[in-house]
Design a protein around this ligand. Structure first.
Ligand SMILES: Cc1cc2nc3c(=O)[nH]c(=O)nc-3n(C[C@H](O)[C@H](O)[C@H](O)COP(=O)(O)O)c2cc1C
Length: 342
């Protein structure tokens, strides 16, 4: 293993530990408290017949819930990938793995990702690489390898400009990336999704990405895990530590980001994530017109406590979603669309 390779795996473990042990939440909210659902006192439907299923990229989900991209790439994170994938299979929901860069650099780490498809043979699964890697020698070959590693149904490319800027070792060359993303979209055998990691995606960037062939935008907005906070805890240098702290509330709150993407609804899959905390937040996201809702750190913290805690967390979210659908008189996911005011 060369120095660069081990650095990637070590960094992944540091991120995981910090996210488990420290308060890494933004101080500003994702904005769901500003959205009210239009409730119906006479829903006119049978709770037990509410349909929460959703078809995305050829797979039918039992609910539009996604375990957002987090782990893999180190021995420690294999446990999380396995338990999260088992939950995805059990509940019929989707899952993304964390950045596969460490395993592209060192094949010995592939198993920490492969375990996901083994544990979730029927789940909608997304591979993951950083967009910044496309300027570090990565191309279609590495993207296809990431997809093949977990027999993924799609590839997430993550945008993390702020994080890379804050990391002393960050890859900060983000020039000409749109052309490179377009090239990947043209050749890759599965759809390309683009996500942020907690700062949100603006309308202009999202539109350009869709124009070059991206099939899903995951806003991953401000309001939940803050990578500035994570980097603040990692830094020893006092200047970088303070700079990181100042960026903790940087970005577009998730609800604002979702509203900004209204024109893209129906053209591509829109994913709500970043600070979602409940099935009510899911219902509000669906009312705003999104297709799928992702939770990251909430599931990580539950998984740390073990399988029963993780399953209970997911069951609770799904129950809250179903109650929200019932009490807004929505027999299916499409029926809640537009049923909000602020
Ligand atoms: C421990 C941890 C590791 C993460 N690693 C990745 C990653 O490798 N790739 C990625 O696209 N996003 C990664 N994320 C970001 C999440 O997918 C998500 O966009 C972000 O945490 C916001 O969601 P949340 O507020 O529900 O945590 C990670 C998040 C956590 C908590």
């Amino acid at each position: 293993m060369d120095e660069q390779v081990s650095e990637t795996a070590i960094r992944k473990d540091e991120h995981l530990q910090i996210c488990l042990e420290k308060d890494v939440n933004t101080r500003l909210s994702a904005g769901f408290e500003s959205i009210k659902l239009k409730v119906s006192a006479l829903p006119g439907l049978d709770f037990d017949k509410i349909d929460t299923s959703k078809e995305i990229f050829g797979r039918t989900l039992r609910a539009p819930l996604l375990i957002s991209s987090m782990t893999g790439g180190s021995q420690a994170s294999k446990y999380y990938n396995q338990i999260l994938a088992q939950a995805a299979e059990h509940f019929g929901i989707a899952m993304g793995v964390g950045s596969q860069r460490a395993a592209i650099e060192n094949m010995e780490l592939e198993e920490s990702f492969r375990i996901v498809r083994k544990a979730a043979p029927n789940a909608l699964l997304f591979a993951n690489l950083g967009v910044a890697q496309l300027n570090q020698g990565y191309g279609i070959e590495e993207c296809q390898r990431a997809v093949d590693m977990i027999e993924a149904d799609g590839l997430y490319l993550h945008l993390n400009g702020l994080q890379e800027a804050l990391q002393p070792e960050g890859n900060r060359n983000f020039s000409y990336l749109l052309n490179k993303i377009e090239a990947i979209c043209k050749v890759l055998l599965v759809p390309v999704l683009v996500k942020e990691v907690g700062c949100g995606i603006d309308k202009d960037s999202a539109t350009k990405l869709v124009d070059v062939g991206v099939k899903a935008i995951d806003v991953a907005g401000l309001g939940g895990t803050s990578w500035a906070a994570v980097e603040m805890y990692r830094q020893n240098d006092p200047v970088r530590k303070e700079v990181s702290e100042r960026f903790i509330n940087w970005g577009i709150p998730t609800v604002t980001a979702l509203k900004n993407l209204e024109e893209l609804q129906g053209k591509v899959v829109i994913i709500s994530s970043g600070g979602l905390d409940s099935g009510i937040d899911m219902a509000k996201s669906l009312a705003l017109g999104t297709d799928l809702c992702g939770f990251a750190r909430k599931f990580l913290l539950a998984a740390e406590k073990g399988e029963p805690a993780l399953y209970q967390t997911i069951e609770q979210i799904l129950l809250e979603l179903k109650i929200s659908l019932f009490c807004t008189g929505s027999g299916s996911l499409t029926e809640i669309k537009g049923k909000w005011y602020s």
